[in-house]
Design a protein around this ligand. Sequence first.
Ligand SMILES: NC(=O)c1ccc[n+]([C@@H]2O[C@H](COP(=O)([O-])OP(=O)(O)OC[C@H]3O[C@@H](n4cnc5c(N)ncnc54)[C@H](O)[C@@H]3O)[C@@H](O)[C@H]2O)c1
Ligand SMILES: O=P(O)(O)OC[C@H](O)CO
Length: 337
Amino acid sequence: MRAVVMGAGSWGTATAKVLSDAGTDTTLWCRREELADRINESHTNADYLAGITLPSNLTASSDIAHALTGADLVVCAVPAQSLRDNLSDWRPHLSDDATLVSLAKGIETSTLMRMSEVIAEVAEVPSEQIAVLTGPNLAREVAEGQPAATVIACTDLSRAEQLQQMFNTGYFRPYTNTDVIGCEIGGAVKNVIALACGMASGVGFGQNTLATIITRGLAETIRLSSAVGGQIETLAGLAGIGDLVATCSSPLSRNRTFGAHLGQGATMEEAQAAASGQVAEGVKSCTSVTALAEKYQVSMPLTEAVNSVCHDGLPVADAVSSLLGRKTKPEFRSGHA
Ligand SMILES: NC(=O)c1ccc[n+]([C@@H]2O[C@H](COP(=O)([O-])OP(=O)(O)OC[C@H]3O[C@@H](n4cnc5c(N)ncnc54)[C@H](O)[C@@H]3O)[C@@H](O)[C@H]2O)c1
Ligand SMILES: O=P(O)(O)OC[C@H](O)CO
C-alpha cells in the first residue's frame, strides 16, 4: 500500500510521520517546491514542526501528479475552506479505487457541507471510499510520539479496519467507527467551543467557566449531530468529549489561542496576525455551524455568541452577559442535553 498526505502543515506532517512510523510507504505533498526540498534534505519541517525529526523513509514532493499517481490512500490535509479547490486540482490524478481520508475539522461556509460530502462531490467517489480521522490529536504532541488515540470513521467498516492497521503505531492508537456524521460534527464544533474557552481564559476566568463551556458545548454538539443524523455515543468518545477536552484545555490549540487573544482585547486582525498563517478553523466554521444549526432548528447559543464576536463585532464581555442573561431552563430536555 502506498499513501500520500496532501498538505504539509502541522497535522499533515504529523500524520505522514505516523503513517511512516507504522510502516506505510508515504509521500508528503507540499504546495511549495522549496519546502519539499528542505524536508527531503533535512528530514524536518521547520516551518510547522520545528525540532521534530521525520522518518528517513518519508519523502516529500511538490508535484501533484507524481505524489498522487498510484496512491492507494490519499489523506486530505488542507484547511476545510480550501479543500474543494485543492481537490479539483487533485481529481485528475486520483486512482479510481483510492481511499480518501479527511483530516479537516470544519464545515464548508459556502454550502454547509461536511468534508466527506465535499470529497464525495468533487472527487466523485462513493461514500464507502471516504473516511474521516479525528480525535484529541494536537499535531505537535503526536509528532513527538506522545501516546494518543484517534477515531477512523467510515461507513464501510472493513475499510476503517484496514486504515486502523495502516495508522497504528506504538504511540498512536486508532479506533474504528461507522458514524461519519457524528465524527465530523464533533470535529467542527469543538473548534468553535475552543474559541469560546480561549475567550474565557483571555478574560481571566478559571476552571469552572472552562468546564461549563466544554459541557454546554458538548450539549450543543450532541443536539446538532443528532439533528443531522449522527449518533449520541460518538460524542461521548474521542471525536466528541475527547477532542473538546484536548482542544479547549491546551495552549497548543490554535483555536483556543485565537480566542484567548480576543478575550484579552485583540482585534480579529491582531489575533489573525498572531496565528502566523496557521489555520484556526473555528473562526470560519462558527459561521457555517451557526447556519447549519438554523437550518436544522437547533439551539446553539455558545456557537452563536462566538460567531457574533468573530464576525459581528460583539465585545466578549457582552457575549458573556448575553449568555448568562438567558432564561433559565432544565439541564436536560426530552432526553437530550
Ligand atoms: N494541527 C493540528 O493539531 C490538527 C490536528 C487535527 C486536525 N487538524 C485539522 O487538520 C486540518 C489541517 O490543519 P493543519 O494543522 O495541518 O493546518 P496548517 O495551517 O498547519 O497547514 C495547512 C496546510 O494546507 C496547505 N494549503 C493548501 N491549500 C491551502 C489554502 N488554500 N489555504 C491555506 N493552506 C493551504 C498549506 O500549505 C499547509 O501545508 C485543519 O482542518 C485542522 O483543523 C489539525
Ligand atoms: O490547534 P487546533 O485548535 O486546530 O486543534 C488541533 C486539533 O484539532 C486537536 O485535536
